[in-house]
Design a protein around this ligand. Structure first.
Ligand code: THU
Length: 133
């Protein structure tokens, strides 16, 4: 797999910055995401928890929903930053939401909140056999 490029590291940086806004008083597990729309705009998001735990929203969905609600429908990459020792891989629900708006070859960058290591994968690899109608 190729080396992480400059813009990919930049997108991870934006996800890390977004994690600073996480509202996570229950899990104390901040996550940030930055999604790159095909027109070049970046939308960021963080996890937003709720006292009724199941109503919590993951960082990835916050970022995607912000972008979709601002008229974007196609994305070329998403970066996710969470965790300290091991990174926050997107949950199953978020993978299915990503599949709604991203092509299988969309780049997914997964990183911890700090440190140099970035896992570079694709939506195809994260969600084989996702639900379709
Ligand atoms: N979380 C995310 O925001 N994204 C992920 O990829 C994994 C989990 C959030 C949900 C919850 O607020 C906290 O992390 C702990 O599960």
């Amino acid at each position: 797999m190729e080396r992480t490029s400059e813009w990919e590291r930049e997108l991870v940086g934006m996800a890390r910055t977004a994690a600073k806004e996480a509202y996570c008083p229950y899990s104390h597990y901040p996550v940030g995401a930055a999604v790159l729309a095909e027109d070049g705009t970046v939308f960021t998001g963080c996890n937003v928890e709720n006292v009724s735990y199941g109503l919590s929203n993951c960082a990835e969905r916050t970022a995607i929903f912000k972008a979709v609600s601002e008229g974007r429908r196609a994305f070329s990459a998403i970066a996710i930053a969470g965790g300290t020792k091991s990174p926050a891989f997107p949950c199953g629900a978020c993978r299915q939401v990503l599949a709604e708006f991203c092509r299988p070859e969309t780049v997914v960058l997964i990183a911890t909140l700090r440190g140099r290591k970035i896992i570079r994968t694709t939506l195809r690899e994260l969600l084989p056999f996702g639900f379709t109608l």
